[in-house]
Design a protein around this ligand. Structure first.
Ligand code: PBE
Length: 291
């Protein structure tokens, strides 16, 4: 730490040749482990790819558990200023709650640059349920909208679904363009397939609420990313609002792309990557020490 404060590489190298330096080896400190989330997430697949592609990550492991466990570990590390490397993404409230987080640069571009979230519909939805199709196609909002719901839910302890419903009530100006030209229906069933993260709970519940106001009976089914793509491709689900591209869900998108209708972005400016607290004196994935 002291040496890092000197700020020059020469100083660091010199001291290292003198034996044990005071500087933390971040690899050792985190046991060459990236703290990840659910096995079924796109970011999990992408991080496995990063471990393969970056020579310095050879031998590193991705610990897979749950988003809640990852956030708890992050919170604990921050409270003791310990090093930690997590898989992180925006929109997420962690950036509002833990103000001192940063993405590590990704010179190989494994995590992409800026992500968009796309809506996908099953083939035939336009013909079968044209009003639902139209509304889903017209749905779009901002990172701030989504993050606002997520943050409020995490701070208040309320369900994301309830906060999302309230948001719809409070933001008629934002939802109005989604229903332009959409006629009321009488109890038409519609199934949105989604993923289990708060970001997707927010979008699915917001759109479900607006669909309900138009007379639809809406079901939201949260599943793993692979199952979500498969369900829209084989027609088991009507649509999803939760496809993160071009990087996060690349493999799934490529696999099924001939079998669904791509409705384009519903949100722009999302991001995924490796995230560390900014008291760690590194900037790039390539700065993580090799094992
Ligand atoms: N996420 C949040 C998901 C998509 C939404 C980035 C954790 C993932 O598939 O990685």
């Amino acid at each position: 730490m002291l040496l890092a404060a000197c700020g020059t590489n020469e100083a660091k190298e010199e001291s290292n040749t003198e034996g044990k330096s005071d500087e933390t080896n971040y690899g050792e400190a985190v046991d060459y482990t990236i703290t990840g989330i659910e096995p079924g997430a796109g970011i999990t697949v992408t991080t496995e790819k990063a471990i393969e592609e970056y020579d310095n990550l050879s031998g590193w492991e991705l610990e897979q558990s749950s988003t809640a466990a990852m956030v708890t570990e992050l919170e604990e590390a921050i409270s003791s200023e310990s090093p930690i490397v997590v898989t992180g993404w925006n929109p997420h409230w962690m950036f509002a709650k833990f103000a001192n987080l940063k993405y590590l640069e990704d010179p190989k571009g494994i995590y992409g640059d800026v992500e968009i979230i796309k809506s996908l519909a099953r083939k035939g939805l336009k013909e079968d349920k044209p009003n639902a199709y139209k509304l889903i196609d017209q749905f779009e909002w901002s990172v701030e909208d989504m993050e606002g719901i997520m943050y409020e839910a995490s701070e208040s302890g309320k369900e994301v679904a309830d906060v999302a419903k309230q948001w719809v009530e409070d933001n008629p100006d934002k939802t109005k363009p989604w229903t332009e030209g959409v006629e009321d229906v009488d109890g038409v069933e519609i199934e949105l397939v989604s993923t289990p993260w708060d970001s997707e709970r927010a979008s699915a519940n917001v759109v479900a609420e607006v669909l309900r106001q138009k007379g639809f009976h809406v079901t939201i089914t949260p599943v793993d990313v692979a199952v979500m793509f498969e369900a829209v491709a084989n027609g088991d689900g009507d649509a999803t609002l939760a496809a993160w591209l071009p990087a996060t869900h690349k493999d799934f998108y490529e696999k099924f792309k001939d079998d669904f209708v791509d409705l384009g972005a519903n949100l722009e400016g999302a991001k995924i990557g490796l995230v560390v607290p900014d008291y760690m004196d590194i900037d790039s994935i390539e700065d993580l020490p090799a094992k």
